[in-house]
Design a protein around this ligand. Structure first.
Ligand SMILES: Cc1cc2nc3c(=O)[nH]c(=O)nc-3n(C[C@H](O)[C@H](O)[C@H](O)COP(=O)(O)OP(=O)(O)OC[C@H]3O[C@@H](n4cnc5c(N)ncnc54)[C@H](O)[C@@H]3O)c2cc1C
Ligand code: SF4
Length: 439
C-alpha cells in the first residue's frame, strides 16, 4: 500500500513538475504578448492612429473569453492583440478588413463595421446590380465599402456583366462604358468588357494594379482563387506584390488589355445620352461609367512650378531605385518619415526631408526615433518649417522662414496625404451615407 502510494506520488511529481513548467512558460509567453500588444496600442494612440480606414472588427468584451483565436487568424499579423485578457484592435489604422478574425471567433464575439463613433466612413449608395442612385453610373471594388483584392476582382466582373445586360445602350457616344481606375476591380471590369464585346476605355491617374502597386516591396499578399474574365481562375492564395503584379501584367499583355494612364478623372457630367467624362487630357462620352477608384483617394499635390515632371511621385515604391541620387521627401506623417529613412539607408543617396510644420508630432515615436538616428549618422537632412517653392530639372528651391535655398535634386517624393473621393462622388450626384460604427 505504502509502496504503491509512494510510486503514485513520485509518478505525480514526475509529471507535475514538467507540466507546471510548461504551464508557467505558457503564462509567461502570454503575459509577454499582452505587454507587447499594450505597448503597440499605446504607440498607436500617441501617434493618433486609432481610426481604422474602413471595414474593421469590433469586439464584444462581455462575450470575449480571450482565447486569442482571432489574434492568430489575422493574415496581416499583429493587428489584434490580447489586452487585459480580452481581444483588442491594437493597430486600428493598419486593419485592411480581411474579416478573418470575425470568421474565426468561436463565440461570435466580433462584428465587422464601418467607421467609429469619432470618425464616420462615407459609403456610397450602391444597389445589388452595382448601380448607384444615378442611372448608368456603377461602382465596383473597395469604393463600395468591401475591401480586398478578391472582392474587387469579383465585383469588377459582375458589375461589367450587369452593364452588358443593359437594354437601353445609348448610341452616338464614344464608348459603351468608361472604367475609371486600373486596380484589381478596374482590371477585372476591363477584361469583362472585352469579353462582352463592349466599346470601352479604361482611365487611370497613376499606375497599373491600383493600391497593390503601392504595397511595400516584397509584401506578402493574402488572397483567394477568383475568376478573372478572359483568363479563367487565378489560383493565388499567398503571393507577393511583385508576383501578383507580374501575373496581371502578363494577362494584360496576352489579352491586349489597354489602359490610358495619367488620366485623372476630375468631373463626370450627365448628358441626354449618358455621361461626359473629363480628365486633364480630354473629354470622352459614354453610355455608362464604372467607378473602380478604390478608397485611398487622389494624392494631394504641392501646387508648385515643375511638379508635373516625371521625377515627382506621390508614394515610395522601392528605395533601391534612388541609389546614387539626390532625393527630396516632402511631408511630416509616417509615410514621409518611413520613405526618407528607407532611402537614406540605400548607399550613395543624399536625402532631404522637408516639412512645413515645426515637428513630427503626427508620426509614430518609432519613426521619429529613426529619423533622429539617420540625422545623427549624417544620412538625412531635415528641414522643418520649410516649403518647396519650385522643382527644377536638376534642383529644387526651398523656403525656410525668410531664407531660400537651392539644392541639387534628381527625385521628389511628396507624401502629403490624399483627397478622399467623397466630394467627387457627391459632385456627380451619388448619394453617400456616413457610417459611425455600423455594418
Ligand atoms: C497596405 C495594404 C495592404 C493590403 N494587403 C492586402 C492583402 O494582403 N490582401 C488583400 O486582399 N487586400 C489587401 N489590401 C486591400 C487591397 O489593396 C484593396 O482592397 C484593393 O486594392 C481594392 O481594389 P480596387 O480596384 O477597388 O481599388 P484600388 O486598388 O485602390 O485601385 C483604384 C485605382 O483607381 C485609381 N483612381 C483613383 N481615383 C481616380 C481618378 N479620379 N481618376 C483615375 N483613376 C483614379 C487609383 O490610382 C487606383 O489605381 C491591402 C491594402 C493596403 C493599403
Ligand atoms: S476569437 Fe473571439 S473569444 Fe477569442 S479572443 Fe478573439 S474575440 Fe475573444
Amino acid at each position: 500500500m505504502i509502496l504503491a502510494a509512494l510510486s503514485n506520488s513520485s509518478l505525480l511529481a514526475a509529471y507535475a513538475v514538467p507540466l507546471a513548467a510548461i504551464w508557467a512558460s505558457a503564462i509567461g509567453i502570454r503575459r509577454l504578448r499582452e505587454r507587447r500588444a499594450e505597448a503597440t496600442w499605446q504607440e498607436m494612440k500617441e501617434a493618433g492612429l486609432t481610426q481604422p480606414a474602413s471595414l474593421h472588427p469590433v469586439i464584444n468584451p462581455e462575450m470575449c473569453i480571450g482565447c486569442g483565436t482571432c489574434v492568430n487568424a489575422c493574415p496581416e499579423g499583429k493587428i489584434l492583440g490580447l489586452v487585459n485578457g480580452k481581444a483588442k484592435l491594437v493597430e486600428p489604422a493598419n486593419c485592411i478588413g480581411h474579416g478573418a478574425c470575425a470568421a474565426a471567433c468561436p463565440l461570435g464575439a466580433i462584428d465587422l463595421v464601418f467607421g467609429t463613433a469619432e470618425r464616420g466612413v462615407d459609403i456610397p449608395h450602391v444597389g445589388p446590380d452595382f448601380q448607384t442612385n444615378v442611372p448608368g453610373l456603377y461602382i465596383a471594388g473597395e469604393l463600395g465599402g468591401m475591401g480586398l483584392i478578391r472582392n474587387a476582382i469579383e465585383q469588377g466582373r459582375q458589375a461589367m456583366e450587369e452593364i452588358a445586360r443593359r437594354k437601353d445602350r445609348p448610341k452616338g457616344v464614344d464608348y459603351d462604358v468608361i472604367i475609371v481606375g486600373a486596380g484589381p476591380a478596374g482590371i477585372s471590369a476591363s477584361l469583362a468588357a472585352m469579353e462582352k464585346g463592349l466599346r470601352h476605355l479604361t482611365l487611370e491617374q497613376e499606375s497599373f494594379g491600383g493600391t497593390v502597386a503601392h504595397f511595400p516591396r516584397g509584401k506578402i499578399v493574402m488572397t483567394a482563387p477568383v475568376l478573372l474574365p478572359l483568363y479563367g481562375t487565378a489560383k493565388f492564395r499567398e503571393t507577393t506584390k511583385e508576383e501578383l503584379l507580374a501575373f496581371w501584367e502578363k494577362v494584360a499583355a496576352d489579352t491586349g488589355l489597354e489602359v490610358s494612364y495619367g488620366e485623372r478623372v476630375d468631373a463626370i457630367e450627365r448628358t441626354d445620352k449618358g455621361f461626359l467624362v473629363r480628365t486633364p487630357n480630354g473629354e470622352y462620352t459614354a453610355g455608362a461609367v464604372l467607378l473602380a477608384i478604390g478608397r485611398r483617394g487622389t494624392p494631394r499635390k504641392l501646387g508648385v512650378p515643375g511638379e508635373d515632371q516625371s521625377k515627382v511621385v506621390y508614394r515610395l515604391v522601392d528605395p533601391e531605385q534612388y541609389r546614387g541620387q539626390h532625393v527630396l521627401v516632402v511631408g511630416g506623417g509616417d509615410s514621409a518619415l518611413e520613405a526618407a529613412v528607407s532611402i537614406s539607408e540605400v548607399p550613395d543617396t543624399t536625402v532631404t526631408l522637408s516639412y512645413r510644420g515645426e515637428g513630427f508630432s503626427r508620426a509614430k515615436p518609432k519613426n521619429r526615433k529613426k529619423v533622429e538616428a539617420a540625422q545623427a549618422e549624417g544620412r538625412l537632412e531635415v528641414l522643418l518649417g520649410s516649403n518647396v517653392k519650385r522643382i527644377g530639372e536638376r534642383d529644387v528651391e526651398i523656403k525656410i522662414g525668410e531664407r531660400e535655398i537651392t539644392i541639387p535634386n534628381d527625385a521628389v517624393i511628396v507624401c502629403a496625404g490624399g483627397i478622399l473621393p467623397t466630394g467627387f462622388l457627391k459632385s456627380i450626384g451619388i448619394e453617400v451615407e456616413t457610417k459611425y460604427g455600423t455594418a
